[in-house]
Design a protein around this ligand. Sequence first.
Ligand SMILES: Nc1ncnc2c1ncn2[C@@H]1O[C@H](COP(=O)(O)OP(=O)(O)OP(=O)(O)O)[C@@H](O)[C@H]1O
Length: 272
Amino acid sequence: MSPILTLDGVRFGYDPDKPVLRDISFSVSPGEVVAVVGRNGAGKSTLLRLLNGLLRPDAGTVGIAGRDAGKLKVSEIAAHIGTVFQAPEQQIFNATVRNEIAFGPAQQGLTPEEQALRLDEAVARTGLGEVLETHPLDLDAAMRRFVAVASVIACRPDLMLFDEAQRGLDATRRLLLGGIIAEEKAAGRAIVLVCHDMEFVAAHADRVLGLAEGRLAVDATVQEFFADAAATRAVSVEQPGIVELAQALGQPVALSAPELVAALEPRLKGGA
Ligand SMILES: Nc1ncnc2c1ncn2[C@@H]1O[C@H](COP(=O)(O)OP(=O)(O)OP(=O)(O)O)[C@@H](O)[C@H]1O
């Protein structure tokens, strides 16, 4: 399957003499969930801004759906890529939740029926039915986050960028967000998550890109990444508790409690 996103030798610095990112090359295919990890200031959010066209590389290319993003307008990039920013209040600009979610599909040349369908579906999936007429900025931070998520999924972009979308969510809402990610993946859409939370990465990502010293230090499957303590150290992240527990029990990498229980079952049954 052709990648939806391809970076080739990308370099960028807010001051071009001091690159924040250099020689970044990777691609993302439809249906992949890719986590971008690294310490504070490693350049994760900057990378997302290069993907959605808010920033342009000083060198190298960003390809979106086979086209050079450097030759695309931000609106053309937005047709393929939707972003949930770290602070949703920076992207919300309508006076009601309904209008905020309806805005994107209304720009896409869809029939009124299709627009209504997109709105209803996004609202149902994010649990926002009770607050449709509320001003988004009157909602708590977690619900505002879901307004941003709903606005993005209603547009059905090929690639979604989530910048710390899980941050500050309680357990129920983390599950809701995880479910949405799984559904989008199943529908063949790609997701790039900037994420400090390794439990969330282990539970939801297929692949990990790790940034260190401005370079792509890791590009591995999530299992390979968490199995390799040197890789997690290289990008300054902690292994999730479940991975440490599996290792302490002499098991291969487990990314969730059910996975670890399944791996231990033969030992438990055998009484070992
Ligand atoms: N608008 C800006 N102008 C100048 N420098 C910036 C700007 N935004 C970020 N930087 C700098 O670029 C570097 C990378 O920042 P970035 O926010 O991309 O890192 P990050 O990995 O997302 O960090 P965090 O995990 O803290 O969100 C940092 O040194 C930061 O201070």
